[in-house]
Design a binder for this molecule. Structure first.
Ligand code: IPE
Ligand code: IPE
Ligand code: MG
Length: 258
C-alpha cells in the first residue's frame, strides 16, 4: 500500500464512477486450506498466501473509497482445528501486526478489533490493543479485524453488559432497544455492513455478524480467498451495485442517486 492511496480514493472502474460504493464491506475469508491442498501444498501455505491477499484487499478497499472493511480472521469455533494449525494462525496474526502496523498507520488506516480478547494469549491480546491504540485517531479506512470472533458470543457479551447496567439501576429494562443493543456490541459505532462477501463458494455465515448483517447484501464468489484479487473484489462490488435494497420498504436500486 502506498502512502498516497488515501489521497486518491476513487470509485472502482467497474461501475463507471456513478453508483454507490458500499460503505462497509465485511468478508469471510474462506478457502485457504483448499487453495493450498489443490496445489499439493500444506494448508498453512494457504494461510500465508491469505495474508498477502489481506494486504491487497485493504489497499483496494482504501483505493475505491470503502470506509469500513471487516475481515473474519479467526472464529470462536476455529479453536477446534488441530493445535499446530491454530498455532500457525496465531503466529500469522502476530506477524501481520508487527510487519504491517506501521504501514497501515502511515496510510491513515484505523484498526478496530472485534471478538473476545479475554481468551487470547497475553502477547496476542497486547498486540491487538497496540494496533487499536496506535491508529485510533486515524481518519481513513477503518479496518475491523474479527479475531476470536463469534457473533453469538458477542451478543451474549452485549446482553450481559446491558443486564449489568439494569442491575446497577443505570437504565430500565424498557430502555433496551435496537440502538442500545447495537451500542453494546463489539461493533459499537461501526455502521452495519452493506455487503458481506464469502469466498470459496460456501454459502453460510459461520457465526459472523449475525445481528449486524440483518440487511446486508450477500455475494459468494466461487474462488478461494487466496484467489480473491482486485478483479474479484471489483466484481463483488459490481454485483452489490446491481442489487435493489428495500429495507422492508419499496426501495430503489443501489446504484441510483437517493
Ligand atoms: C479460511 O480458510 C481461514 C480461516 C478459517 C482461519 P480455511 O482454513 O477455512 O480454508 P478451508 O475452508 O478449509 O479451505
Ligand atoms: C469461517 O470459516 C471463519 C473464518 C473465515 C475466519 P470456516 O472455514 O471456519 O467456516 P466453516 O467451518 O466452513 O463453517
Ligand atoms: Mg473454511
Amino acid at each position: 500500500m502506498s502512502a498516497s492511496l488515501d489521497a486518491s480514493r476513487t470509485p472502482p472502474s467497474v461501475e463507471g464512477g456513478s453508483a454507490a460504493v458500499p460503505k462497509h464491506v465485511a468478508i469471510i475469508m474462506d478457502g485457504n486450506g483448499r487453495w493450498a491442498l489443490s496445489r499439493g501444498l500444506p494448508r498453512t501455505e494457504g494461510h500465508r498466501k491469505g495474508v498477502e491477499m489481506v494486504r491487497r484487499a485493504v489497499s483496494y478497499a482504501d483505493k475505491v473509497g470503502i470506509d469500513y472493511l471487516t475481515l473474519y480472521s479467526f472464529s470462536t469455533e476455529n479453536w477446534r482445528r488441530p493445535a499446530d494449525e491454530v498455532g500457525y494462525l496465531m503466529g500469522l496474526l502476530k506477524l501481520f501486526i508487527r510487519r504491517d502496523l506501521a504501514d497501515l498507520h502511515a496510510n491513515n488506516v484505523r484498526v478496530r478489533v472485534i471478538g473476545d480478547r479475554a481468551d487470547l494469549r497475553a502477547d496476542i491480546a497486547a498486540l491487538l490493543d497496540e494496533a487499536e491504540t496506535a491508529t485510533r485517531n486515524n481518519t481513513g479506512l477503518t479496518l475491523v479485524i474479527a479475531f476470536n470472533y463469534g457473533a453469538r458470543q458477542e451478543i451474549v457479551r452485549a446482553m450481559r453488559r446491558l443486564a449489568e447496567r439494569v442491575a446497577r439501576g443505570e437504565i430500565a429494562a424498557a430502555d433496551i432497544d435496537v440502538d442500545a443493543v447495537s451500542s453494546a456490541l463489539d461493533t459499537a459505532g461501526i455502521p452495519d455492513p452493506d455487503l458481506v462477501i464469502r469466498t470459496s463458494g460456501e454459502q453460510r455465515l459461520s457465526n459472523f455478524l449475525l445481528w449486524q448483517a440483518a440487511y446486508a447484501e450477500f455475494v459468494f464468489p466461487a474462488g478461494f480467498w487466496p484467489d480473491f484479487d482486485e478483479d474479484a473484489f471489483g466484481r463483488a462490488i459490481a454485483d452489490f451495485q446491481a442489487r435493489e435494497r428495500r429495507f422492508g420498504g419499496l426501495g430503489e436500486r443501489v446504484g441510483t442517486a437517493r
